[in-house]
Design a binder for this molecule. Structure first.
Ligand SMILES: Cc1cc2nc3c(=O)[nH]c(=O)nc-3n(C[C@H](O)[C@H](O)[C@H](O)COP(=O)(O)OP(=O)(O)OC[C@H]3O[C@@H](n4cnc5c(N)ncnc54)[C@H](O)[C@@H]3O)c2cc1C
Length: 388
């Protein structure tokens, strides 16, 4: 009897050579260039432009931009690795890179005309930060209830309205803005536009004062008769809902990556601390109760990592990943909150003060269950897919 040996698929967590080298370079960068700034950035609620410039130099601001446009010519999985590694040190830097790649560049690559790609991808890969503006005061989970209006004015569209909660708004030069060309048409009126900071009628408004990811800017956008050239319509008029749904499905994997990076950072800090902190004459890591708590966190982190990597690899393989992306986002964000909370507990009093990194991870973890679709909305997506 002959045995057919099937080609074994590579294990999810085994990285290809290029992925391993890329991850290593981002990890080294995060340790050397980001870690020394984490506390100051949190206190000042700002990522310095000099660090943003170094992120461009590293090649993580244009991961999937083709080399011909000055980008790194990587895959979605590389973006996930970059977000994970940066978030291990600072989830605020992680989300800056995440929005740039998984939402803004992704949308332009998939929906942009040749003209839009030629005009914007080289800038996004070299020096321009991007932002993605869907939410409004009255439309969060119900994103397609947005009211920002786009009026056809011949060569231009004129945009009027307010966007809320826009990540990267302070740093960004290029914004993908969703507006409706016809409020009566419901979601079929929604259209995506590429808007530049310098367009007349555009302004960045109030910056939010937040619980976590404080260094990441989150601002209001003000569009007062903002003139946007017709050539800057991204995708088809009235098909912006499709652009939003599809880019956010991918974006969610990026948030999963941010959360597993955060959880890894918190768990590493807790392990390091428990090995050196002595009580009752020994390191607290020697107590079996502590060992089991750490082991349980490692179990959760491993499971979360597998869901994120699986969703990302499905996406790169061109296979359906809607359910898997929602699963990884909800699972990784909930695991990150639990692991960061445990890390605070294991550091005792030191877990509660700013000299140690875990209180920040705990604050930063909360956002994972809110943006790019709350946990309830992820459950709704999963239920719809599996129940019908
Ligand atoms: C720091 C930060 C950064 C952000 N960055 C961006 C960005 O870059 N771009 C952007 O466009 N937006 C951004 N957002 C907005 C974010 O995506 C929304 O806050 C999020 O989608 C939730 O919307 P909401 O705040 O209006 O809450 P709501 O939609 O009002 O939800 C409130 C609660 O009601 C629940 N709920 C609502 N509807 C249902 C339902 N049908 N079934 C069950 N439960 C429901 C929710 O789960 C939640 O618990 C950001 C938000 C924050 C806080």
């Amino acid at each position: 009897m002959t045995h057919q040996i099937a080609d074994a698929a590579a294990p999810l967590t085994v990285l290809a050579e290029d992925e391993r080298i890329f991850r290593e370079s981002v990890r080294e960068f995060a340790e050397a260039q980001v870690r020394p700034l984490v506390r100051e950035m949190d206190e000042q609620a700002k990522i310095p432009r000099s660090l943003v410039d170094r992120l461009f130099d590293l090649g993580v601001m244009g991961v999937e931009v083709p080399e011909a446009f000055g980008g790194s010519g990587g895959r979605f999985f590389h973006s996930v690795l970059a977000v994970e590694e940066l978030s291990r040190v600072d989830p605020s830097v992680g989300v800056l890179v995440d929005v740039q790649n998984t939402l803004v560049i992704n949308a332009l690559l998939r929906w942009g005309t040749d003209d839009l790609r030629t005009r914007y991808l080289p800038r996004l890969a070299a020096q321009a930060v991007g932002a993605y503006a869907l939410s409004e005061a009255g439309s969060g989970s119900d994103a397609f209830a947005l009211t920002t209006r786009a009026t056809d004015a011949g060569d231009d569209y004129v945009l009027t309205g307010r966007k809320l909660w826009i990540t990267n708004a302070n740093e960004a030069d290029i914004f993908i803005v969703f507006a409706t060309v016809d409020p009566a048409a419901g979601y079929r009126g929604i259209t995506a536009f590429v808007v530049e900071r310098g367009f007349p009628g555009f302004a960045v408004g109030k910056k939010e004062d937040k619980l976590g990811i404080r260094a990441s800017s989150t601002c209001e956008l003000i569009l007062d008769d903002c003139r946007v050239p017709r050539a800057n319509v991204l995708g088809e008029v009235g098909k912006g809902y499709k652009t939003a749904i599809e880019t956010l499905n991918e974006g969610r994997i990026g948030i999963g990556a941010q959360m597993i990076g955060l959880a890894r950072g918190a768990l590493d800090a807790a392990i390091q601390y428990t090995r050196t902190r002595k009580q009752f004459g020994k390191a607290i890591a020697e107590f079996q109760a502590v060992q089991h708590q750490i082991a349980r966190a490692a179990v959760e982190l491993e499971a979360a990592t597998l869901t994120v990597y699986n969703a990302a690899r499905l996406r790169d393989a061109g296979r359906p990943f809607l359910t898997e992306a929602a699963i990884c986002k909800i699972f990784a964000s909930e695991a990150a909150e639990r692991i960061a909370s445990l890390a605070v507990n294991l550091l005792g009093g030191n877990g509660f003060v700013k000299e140690y990194p875990v209180e920040k991870f705990y604050r930063d973890a909360k956002i994972g269950q809110i943006y790019e679709g709350t946990s309830n909305l992820q459950l709704q997506t999963i239920a719809k897919q599996i129940i019908g």
